[in-house]
Ligand binder design. Structure first.
Ligand code: ZN
Length: 387
């Protein structure tokens, strides 16, 4: 029988003393592990993950999980309320200027304190645990990560916990327990796509999301990386000692559910179906994952390139997001009526064409249809392969 709990975590206390909280739903299935952590809407205008999580609630009403889930819709009330008129400026924190998805802690990286030590030293952990079973390694390393978070909190207590650190700790105190972390975002104007750790190909097939950006083993502050990088570091440390049977035991994904500022419950049911398939792959739910209904196109995140506007103007998209293009194909027109200098004025003089610099897939148009020269206009997958 499934048991549910609901908690509130305080992610910010405003200047007027109001606590901004996120609802945390804990779903205890037949076992505590494996555990999945899912959050939505860390960026304020990226709404669709909430629809996916609501649809997931309905699925979990009918199906008792084998493992457990921690589900946090509307995880960031700070960003969701950074609203000016109709517009939600939800990527960067008005208070600190930081991107809400770049402030997480790398728990196997160098410590923030003055010493040059890492929070958790994977090499010494691996050498002490060289003869341990996989289960002992998983439990012991998770305990070490938990202890690191608690040490960071107590070390910061004397001088006060900075806003950005408080947010990171609140989230990571939840994600540290998880075997798979799904951070539900959206792009600007884009189809659904997935950021996946390199080598997670079975999980990528279980998601069945048509476009995949593969993240190498490196940390740049995002939640998916904060989830999987320490465990990849650990696998690598064991491999250095000759133990190649220790895989990366935790994965993290950023799931991009279409365009920002859109919200659909019926699409949410479809999104939840894909998430459920991935949860089956990870053994959180029973049964086999779905086989992908179509081919998927992948590239490394380093081959995911932006075209910067060669001129200012209004953006007329020549292709829709998700379209494969060849080098030289027209991607967009930048239109500025002030470029009509000869009289009578002609519309063609206003137009600067933007063409694909390489073969690839036009994945994402940036949100605004009026751009300055040098603004990010379009992001393209290049050097793609079919998986
Ligand atoms: Zn986002």
């Amino acid at each position: 029988m499934t048991r549910w709990e609901r908690r509130e975590v305080v992610v910010r206390t405003t200047a007027t003393g109001h606590e901004l909280t996120a609802p945390v739903f804990l779903c205890h299935g037949r076992n505590e592990s494996p555990c999945a952590y899912l959050q939505a809407n860390v960026h304020g205008a990226e709404l669709q993950g909430n629809a996916a999580l609501l649809a997931l609630f309905d699925i979990l009403e009918k199906e008792s999980p084998r493992g457990s889930l921690v589900i946090v819709p509307r995880v960031n009330p700070v960003s969701a309320n950074q609203q000016v008129g109709d517009y939600v400026a939800g990527v960067y924190d008005f208070q600190t200027g930081n991107n809400f998805n770049r402030g997480y802690l790398n728990l196997t990286g160098p410590s923030r304190s003055s010493s040059s030590a890492c929070y958790v030293d994977v090499d010494s952990f691996a050498s002490v645990n060289q003869g341990a079973t996989i289960r002992e390694i998983r439990d012991g390393f998770r305990e070490a990560l938990r202890a690191a978070l608690s040490a960071i909190r107590s070390e910061a207590a004397n001088w006060g916990v900075e806003t950005k650190l408080e947010f990171a700790l609140k989230i990571q105190e939840l994600t540290v327990e998880a075997d798979v972390v799904l951070d539900l975002h959206t792009g600007d104007r884009t189809p659904r796509y997935l950021y996946a750790p390199e080598g997670a190909s079975a999980a990528v097939r279980a998601f069945g999301i048509p476009f995949v950006l593969e993240i190498p083993h490196r940390f740049a502050g995002a939640l998916d990386e904060a989830a999987f990088v320490p465990w990849q570091d650990l696998a690598n440390a064991f491999a250095k000692l000759g133990r190649t049977d220790v895989p990366r035991l935790v994965d993290g994904f950023t799931v991009e559910l279409g365009s920002m500022n859109t919200f659909s419950l019926s699409q949410g049911a479809e999104d939840a179906r894909r998430i459920v398939s991935a949860l089956r792959h990870y053994g959180i739910l029973d049964g086999d994952p779905d086989t992908p209904a179509h081919r998927m196109v992948a590239c490394s995140v380093s081959d995911y390139r932006s075209i910067y506007a060669p001129a200012a103007g209004l953006v007329d998209a020549a292709v829709s997001p998700g379209t494969p293009v060849r080098a030289g194909d027209l991607v967009a027109r930048l239109v500025d009526p002030s470029r009509c200098r000869s009289l009578p004025p002609r519309s063609r003089d206003a137009i600067v064409e933007v063409r694909a610099p390489e073969d690839g897939v036009v994945l994402l148009f940036h949100a605004f249809s009026s751009v300055s020269k040098g603004a990010r206009l379009v992001s393209m997958m290049t050097k793609t392969r079919v998986i």
